[in-house]
Design a binder for this molecule. Structure first.
Ligand SMILES: Nc1ncnc2c1ncn2[C@@H]1O[C@H](COP(=O)(O)OP(=O)(O)OP(=O)(O)O)[C@@H](O)[C@H]1O
Ligand SMILES: [Mg+2]
Length: 353
């Protein structure tokens, strides 16, 4: 049965160091949510709290109607898949997969049938008698996945399950995890520090920094409408330009950046623009045009060839910017140019408090 996971105001400490503070997250029944963030931001700690390996100093964790917060780990019934597989080295593949069923007291014939069915699903039927040491990394990870799924847990959690695999296998396993998760409708938490992996596998992604959630949204929304500068940088809006509105005419806004550069922006294209804002632009969101066109005045620096465009490091009154120019019009280092924002590759943010 599929159930929502509700985490409310969770906090956690290691000794005196606070790792999570006022952490709330609601995962809908059947949803796959990724926790995404840099090393040390608290992803594994969050999983350890949910699994019951670490006790929170405040807050609650509920799965459906059940309060897990004070329940011992072995009674939480959560399927776990780790980066290092954590297989039992002295047990065969089949015994590893059947371990949880045995612990739960399943009868031998039932156990054998369920293990066989699960091995078939992860395409390991022929390897049931092998020991983990005689498997490839991808095969080991499939055993770990089978072991987590076979107990049909109401909640699955993955901690960087693919980071020990090579790039090609990683993408294949990603799709496999997603398909199985969809087929079973199991509520899932997936931890990674790889943005592409998180975005491709998840219904929603929580972007974390220093024990806090900076934004929790669908990949599409995170990518096109980041809520703050941290998330904007994270999803590639490398240029963040502080601006203020000088005048408004219809949906046109005339705005000025630090150092005096002026831009006219259409709210039809850019969305609503408040009186003070930060213009976020991906490199392809700042187009290099001639020095007499409208745009942010800049001096072009290092040029790199990207195949579909040239990218330029630029100097400007608002600081260093990264922009792109057309292939047919290569510019030399030191040329004067203007940088024009391209709405589809820009976002409007509230200024940081
Ligand atoms: N057992 C521990 N004792 C003390 N501090 C710890 C312990 N485990 C983790 N920490 C600290 O807590 C913070 C969060 O760690 P956590 O393992 O949750 O990070 P993470 O997001 O999973 O990082 P990574 O991507 O590197 O796995 C880090 O600053 C870490 O150094
Ligand atoms: Mg971790």
């Amino acid at each position: 049965m599929t159930q929502p996971l509700t985490i409310e105001r969770l906090s956690a400490h290691y000794g005196k160091v606070q790792v999570l503070e006022d952490f709330s997250l609601k995962i809908e029944a059947g949803e796959l949510v990724s926790l995404l963030g840099a090393s040390g931001c608290g992803k594994t700690t969050t999983l350890r709290l949910i699994a019951g390996f670490l006790e929170p100093t405040g807050g609650t964790i509920r799965l459906g109607d059940q309060d897990l917060t004070r329940l011992p780990a072995h009674r939480r019934n959560i399927g776990l898949v780790f980066q290092n597989y954590a297989l039992f080295p002295h047990l065969t593949v089949a015994e590893n997969v059947g371990f949880g069923l045995k612990q739960r007291g399943a009868a031998v014939p039932e156990r054998a049938a369920r293990v066989a069915a699960m091995l078939e699903r992860v395409e390991l039927t022929d390897l049931g008698d092998r020991l983990p040491a005689a498997l490839s990394g991808g095969q080991r990870q499939r055993v770990a996945l089978a072991r987590a799924l076979v107990i049909e847990p109401p909640l699955l959690m993955f901690d960087e399950p693919l980071s020990n695999l090579d790039a090609k296998l990683r993408v294949g396993m990603r799709a496999e995890i997603r398909q199985m998760q969809r087929a079973n409708g199991t509520t899932s938490v997936f931890v990674t520090h790889d943005q592409e992996e998180a975005f491709s596998i998840s219904d929603r992604v929580a972007i974390m920094q220093a024990g806090r959630i900076m934004q929790f949204d669908t990949p599409e929304t995170l990518y096109s409408r980041p809520a703050n500068a941290f998330v904007a940088r994270f999803v590639g809006f490398e240029n963040l330009i502080e601006m203020r509105v000088l005048a408004r005419k219809g949906d046109l806004v005339e705005a000025e950046a630090m150092g005096g550069a002026r831009l006219t922006l259409s709210q039809v294209e850019f969305g609503a623009i408040p009186d003070a804002f930060v213009l976020g632009a991906r490199p392809e969101g700042l187009m290099v045009v001639g020095p007499d066109a409208p745009g942010i005045p800049a001096t072009l620096g290092l040029r790199s060839y990207l195949g579909r465009a040239y990218q330029y490091l630029c100097d400007s009154a608002v600081g260093p910017l990264t922009a792109q120019g057309l292939l047919g019009a290569a510019q030399e280092v030191g040329s004067a140019a203007r940088l024009q924002p391209v709405a589809a590759q820009c976002c409007i943010l509230a200024p940081e408090a």
